[in-house]
Design a protein around this ligand. Structure first.
Ligand SMILES: Cc1ncc(COP(=O)(O)O)c(C=O)c1O
Length: 308
């Protein structure tokens, strides 16, 4: 169970067990919420939130795409997050801001329902396991297709949309795999259930483009920048399913999973994490943990208020 002492909800710091909503909350019935997954790391400069502003910007874009005015400014949400981490006494944590349509009229038109906001923080280890980060995970191409722009908004990180990831995740774990890879509505490779994907062949790094229904991952952008800085060519283009099997290396990026190598796809062995994956992963981990001067620009250091 993930817990901390306090949660921030609608402008107030309240006890974890008091962070409750009405059972007729609109978001609970119809998925009308948008959220973020963010991580803060214990660095030499103190607790630092990785690419905080980029996550908050995406939260705002997701809300806008679903006609949800944010009830707080991004600066207010940032400050509340800092204070929440300090008040909970956490040095590193996962951060989950959520903005959702609350209790009100029960029809599908949500525009009269209040927009509520909450932020939770808790300690959370490697999502696909420490073992997975070190040695790679076994993945399976899902029978579920990633949501398409014909019916939902792949660019939004919206609660209801995650039923798609949930189905793919259940299918993969019941079949004994650690992660699912979803194809897009054209049958091209899209992403994992909560991660973007990178495919490496003959020294070139390829990742599916925005038009392949991906979520515009913050860590995808970081990995692309790092790989290019390391001198690799990174190409955004459609990736055919067979390229997964033919790949020399594959890795996933996401806030929860960080950078996790894939060691087999549909039981085709790719082998232990390859050289390029390990090199990008090493620099990426240095960036996350504040060990890199070059990428210090990505850290939002939490200020501990000085005692008066
Ligand atoms: C469906 C999906 N794709 C990709 C990602 C990776 O995004 P990020 O790197 O911003 O965490 C996530 C995680 O937020 C996700 O849920």
């Amino acid at each position: 169970m993930n817990t901390a002492e306090l949660i921030w909800m609608n402008g107030e710091f309240i006890a974890w067990e008091d962070a409750k909503v009405h059972v007729l909350t609109h978001g609970l019935h119809y998925g009308t919420g948008v959220f973020e997954g963010i991580r803060a790391y214990d660095t030499e400069r103190g607790t630092a939130i990785f690419r905080h502003q980029d996550h908050l910007d995406r939260l705002q874009r997701s809300a806008e795409l679903y006609y949800m005015p944010l009830p707080y400014s991004l600066a207010e949400l940032r400050d509340a997050t800092h204070e929440l981490i300090v008040r909970n006494g956490l040095r590193s944590c996962y951060i989950r801001p959520i903005v959702f349509r609350g209790y009100g009229p029960m029809g599908l038109d949500p525009l009269e329902n209040p927009v509520e906001a909450a932020i939770a923080v808790w300690e959370w280890g490697a999502y696909l396991g420490e073992e997975g980060k070190l040695h790679g995970v076994r993945a399976k191409v899902s029978s579920w297709q990633r949501i398409s722009p014909d019916s939902l908004i792949p660019h939004a990180k919206a609660s209801g949309q995650y039923l798609n990831s949930v189905l793919a995740k259940i299918e993969a774990s019941k079949a004994g795999y650690e992660e699912a890879i979803l194809l897009d509505h054209h049958g091209n490779v899209c992403e994992g259930t909560g991660e973007n994907i990178f495919v490496i062949r003959d020294g070139a790094i390829v990742t599916p483009p925005h038009s392949a229904s991906i979520l515009d991952g913050v860590n995808r952008r970081s990995a692309m920048e790092i790989a290019r800085d390391l001198g690799y060519e990174v190409v955004e283009r459609d990736v055919a399913r067979a390229e997964l099997t033919l790949a020399d290396e594959i890795f996933l990026t996401g806030t929860a999973a960080e950078l996790t190598p894939v060691r087999s796809i549909d039981d085709h062995e790719l082998g232990p994490p390859g050289e390029i994956t390990r090199e990008v992963q090493r620099v990426f981990d240095d960036a996350l943990h504040g060990r890199s001067e070059r990428y210090a620009k990505w850290l939002d250091v939490v200020e501990v208020p000085s005692k008066a």
